[in-house]
Design a protein around this ligand. Structure first.
Ligand SMILES: Nc1ncnc2c1ncn2[C@@H]1O[C@H](COP(=O)(O)OP(=O)(O)OP(=O)(O)O)[C@@H](O)[C@H]1O
Ligand SMILES: [Mg+2]
Length: 349
């Protein structure tokens, strides 16, 4: 009788006996109070005073408009505002407000001074937007009851509340809506030093040590964006842990960035593809955003919201009225010689 053959299991690359819970995702890393929110100092200082003053008067905070590229902290700030005001936070997004009754349902159930957050506020339907005008100005809703000739409008009061609207596309928000926000916060890409502070804060929350030169390197490759910083830090923690390193060192970061195809300026593969496309197919530009988006197989929104702000901030492309052009730095970074007589003439060599 043969002993049952122990079939050799393929070796798992993971270690199920030692699971590493990724419970410190954004929830734990997200700052909860203004004092934990790093960078954007001028905006933060102003906001702190507006909140202090509104609290002092026992009033709701004026409506707040938050704009800026993805991952810079708009949703985080909206939550912080509610926390600092000591009021409830109600969250929705413009596409979810389909019918007037959706908005009526939310507004009539708010508590006094609540923060009502609408994400992607550039996507409001006109009928909802018009209802919001009155709600923002007069804390009331005009509600049509009945139909045909018997229809009449009744004005329903709503509690004094703070509307916080967030968008990555401030240019697409109508001026009547923008003008009803008393406070405007435009978040800009972060300074590298602030990103490094965010790395240190996140690493402390994740209970992982990171060397100073390692956090400086990671900061310089984080696209000036806290969400990307945290995402990269989690991956570097994985690499360090698997290598059984007691801390995240510079060589872990350097190797990790290479494995993720992120280069010395923090460019990912698609960033480089965008630059190469402008250079190789469009002679360095100018090329329109739509054409460029099709060429690299991305949605024009993604190109404009996510890739361009970073490439512009990094000094690699310029937005001109006729389209996008690459800068001499882009040629240098990709190691491509500019064509003589093209963008920069002989001086570009
Ligand atoms: N100033 C900051 N200090 C520390 N961490 C930050 C800061 N801003 C953002 N973060 C981190 O970055 C993450 C992304 O921020 P958030 O979700 O608020 O961005 P967003 O602007 O709302 O992005 P989107 O446009 O995609 O909705 C947060 O969960 C938080 O961990
Ligand atoms: Mg958000």
């Amino acid at each position: 009788m043969n002993a049952p053959q122990q079939s050799k299991q393929p070796e798992s690359i993971l270690h199920p006996e030692k699971p590493f819970p990724e419970d410190e995702r954004d929830g734990a890393l997200r700052p909860r109070l203004l004092s934990e929110f790093i960078g954007q100092e001028r905006m933060k200082a102003n906001l702190a005073d507006y909140i202090r003053a509104a609290r002092g008067r026992g009033e709701s905070l004026d409506h707040v408009f938050l704009s800026g590229p993805p991952g810079l902290g708009k949703t985080t700030l909206a939550r912080i505002i509610a926390a600092e005001m000591g009021v409830e936070f109600i969250e929705t997004s413009a596409p979810a407000l389909d019918k007037p009754k959706d908005l009526v349902g939310i507004l009539t159930n708010l508590k006094s001074r609540s923060v009502f957050f609408i994400d992607e506020i550039h996507r409001l339907k006109p009928v909802i937007e018009e209802m919001l005008y009155i709600a923002m100005e007069d804390y009331a809703l005009d509600w049509v009851i009945g139909q045909g000739p018997a229809a009449r409008t009744i004005r329903v009061p709503v509690p004094a509340f703070t509307l916080t609207g967030a968008t990555t596309k401030a240019g697409m928000v109508t001026s009547p809506l923008i003008s009803r926000f008393g406070i405007t916060c435009r978040l800009s890409l972060y300074e590298t030093a602030d990103i490094q502070t965010i790395i240190q804060r996140s690493a402390a929350i994740m209970k992982v040590a990171i060397d100073d030169d390692a956090s400086a390197k990671l900061a310089s490759c984080s696209r000036f964006t806290p969400r990307i910083t945290n995402r990269l830090l989690r991956r570097m923690r994985d690499f360090a842990q698997v290598k059984k390193k007691p801390s995240i060192t510079l060589d872990v970061i350097e190797e990790g960035l290479e494995r993720l195809e992120i280069d010395s300026l923090g460019l990912e593969r698609l960033d480089r593809e965008i630059l190469r496309m402008i250079i190789e197919r469009y002679g360095g530009g100018p090329v329109g955003a739509d054409t460029l988006a099709i060429s690299v197989g991305e949605a024009v929104d993604t190109l404009e919201d996510f890739y361009e702000p970073f490439l512009i901030q990094a000094g690699l492309i310029q937005r001109t009225p006729r389209g996008r052009t690459v800068t001499p730095l882009a040629y240098k970074h990709l190691g491509i010689a500019p064509r003589t007589g093209a963008l920069f003439g002989a001086a570009g060599e």
